[in-house]
Design a protein around this ligand. Structure first.
Ligand SMILES: *[C@@H]1O[C@H](CO)[C@@H](O)[C@H](O)[C@H]1NC(C)=O
Ligand SMILES: *[C@@H]1O[C@H](CO)[C@@H](O)[C@H](O)[C@H]1NC(C)=O
Ligand SMILES: *[C@@H]1O[C@H](CO)[C@@H](O)[C@H](O)[C@H]1NC(C)=O
Length: 292
């Protein structure tokens, strides 16, 4: 009886460990589970791996962090997309550049919910650093958890700094590959760390609508000349947005609907546009856990 049980659990464990392994890289998933309104099956918590998840432990109580210095603006309520000014300080940005400098590796792409991954510079051309959990880094992790209301069974993934040289880019993709069993990459922060004299490299969401006053948003997003003219009806809904690379600032979004169906938001399809000049350094803060 016992032996049968062991044999039956093995494939399940494999599926989970491969999914958590997918944290090493990004996820390319051209089709999403955006349609099914059936409630998803819920399965128990997968094994959590500290190599990829920034798990908290007893030492966090003594961590001393700078006070948060950000200002936030809701870009969209459904899906929830929030823009942050000064999410990371100049000191933190310098620290992130220092700790990443010597540990960059080529970025890869993950397929089939994390079962395979490869490098394809046509799709993704950047270098990634899995940054060590220094005190400064753990303060950023703590801030990202606080933004999300210390949600139960949601953990910050180990932070990753991405470097894009001229020509570097990441084609349109979702950050999540599946909400299988009610677990997945629940949210994403794109934080801009550096981009002196940069051209190109914005973060594009072609399916996302802006309902706010576009003129107010032009500080943070690309606006053509025509949309900043006085004649424009600013309340008009427009599809598609490109966030500018502004070091220190960040955009946060939720990847999954919270209605128990396990559906991901089609609007979270996004790209890192090609860098034309200069070097772009970004920080990914992903969170993994219960998607509802
Ligand atoms: C996602 O958006 C694309 C582009 O607008 C559209 O063609 C597709 O049907 C959408 N998918 C779902 C599941 O809504
Ligand atoms: C999901 O819904 C969208 C919009 O209604 C439709 O265009 C698309 O073909 C559907 N996809 C699937 C896989 O049923
Ligand atoms: C807690 O996490 C920190 C940061 O990863 C690590 O340096 C420390 O050894 C951990 N402490 C324990 C008791 O696991």
């Amino acid at each position: 009886m016992f032996r049968i049980f062991v044999i039956a659990t093995l494939p399940l464990l494999f599926v989970f460990s491969s999914e958590i392994f997918s944290f090493l890289s990004g996820v390319l998933c051209p089709s999403c589970n955006c349609n099914s309104t059936k409630p998803m099956a819920r399965i128990p918590r997968p094994q959590l791996r500290p190599e990829f998840l920034a798990l908290e432990n007893g030492t966090d109580a003594t961590l001393e962090c700078e006070e948060d210095g950000y200002r936030m603006h809701v870009f969209s309520r459904e899906p929830l997309v929030v823009y942050f000014e000064d999410f990371v300080s100049a000191k933190e940005r310098e620290h992130l550049l220092d700790v990443s400098e010597k540990i960059y590796m080529p970025s890869t792409i993950t397929h089939n919910g994390g079962k395979t991954s490869d490098r394809n510079t046509k799709v993704r051309d950047s270098e990634v650093a899995l940054v060590p959990r220094t005190e400064e880094v753990r303060c950023i992790e703590r801030r990202a958890r606080a933004v999300q209301g210390w949600r139960e069974e949601v953990w910050i993934e180990r932070l990753r700094v991405q470097k894009y040289n001229p020509g570097g880019h990441y084609s349109h993709h979702f950050d999540w590959s599946s909400g299988r069993g009610g677990w997945g990459r629940v949210s994403s922060f794109m934080v801009w760390v550096d981009g002196e004299e940069l051209e190109g490299g914005g973060t594009e969401f072609p399916r996302l609508e802006l309902r706010g006053d576009r003129k107010k948003w032009c500080k943070f997003i690309e606006c053509g000349d025509e949309v900043v003219s006085e004649d424009v009806k600013t309340a008009e809904v427009r599809k598609g947005v490109v966030f500018k690379v502004i070091p220190g600032n960040a955009v946060y979004w939720e990847n999954f609907k919270s209605d128990g169906t396990g559906r991901g938001y089609n609007e979270t399809w996004h790209a890192g546009l090609p860098v034309k000049k200069g070097i772009k350094i970004g920080l990914n803060i992903w969170s993994y856990g219960r998607i509802d």
